[in-house]
Ligand binder design. Sequence first.
Ligand SMILES: C[S@@+](CC[C@H](N)C(=O)[O-])C[C@H]1O[C@@H](n2cnc3c(N)ncnc32)[C@H](O)[C@@H]1O
Length: 241
Amino acid sequence: MTEHHAPRSRPPVGRARVVNRLMAMYDEPRYLEIGVCSGRTFDRARAATKVAVDPAFEFDPSDPARVVAGTEYHQVTSDEYFGTVVAPDRQFDVIFLDGLHTVEQTLRDLTNALHHLQPRGVVVIDDVRPSSHLAAIPDRQLFFAVRNRLGTTAQDWMGDVFRLVLAIETFFQQLSYATVEDNHGQAIVWRKRRASVPDRALAAVGRWTFEELLLHEESLRLRPFAHILRELRSDLGLDPD
Ligand SMILES: C[S@@+](CC[C@H](N)C(=O)[O-])C[C@H]1O[C@@H](n2cnc3c(N)ncnc32)[C@H](O)[C@@H]1O
């Protein structure tokens, strides 16, 4: 399995840097992270209010050190959080989607996130640019079985979240998006309508392959993170610094 990303001259922009640069656009940022794991990004996120959602945190959310004003932990799936936990009218400025990496789950996470996103807010979707055919296997168990058979530990599971970008491009005309080029591939989504959408069947989105993604990478709208921040500033009328 070869990596398809071009070698980079500068270090990749880390997840925490991405969310913190976005958060800096808001006065008292309200942050929601779906899929938190050990808190590597969440603990570095600087926001007035922070909400963590994960059915299996890799830490004890009741640890007294974590009981901080403005910070909440919900040990539930994203479906449970959006379906029964969050107040129906609660709004966030930055929502980071990094839970279960299937197109079905992330599509539902995105539609739920949009309901709770303030009009000038942004959604970040992790892992939309799989590093290899192996990383893009949609089924997590199958990914591990194949990885074990290959005897490699070099790849992380990224799943078929890339298909969500195709779904946004095709069916969410009121949204604009771009994918961070100078990291592992995070899509940033905001509200601004696009003049046109591609003519593509729903089934084609669901069947889109890793190979097709490689050959039509323009659908990801890859941009350096600094360019995306400028685009956001212009489209949303926000100051990113
Ligand atoms: C890639 S890790 C998250 C990494 C974290 N965002 C970071 O930046 O360090 C994915 C996490 O998603 C969680 N997860 C799996 N299914 C989920 C679901 N249905 N809803 C929310 N989180 C889920 C897993 O328990 C795991 O901790």
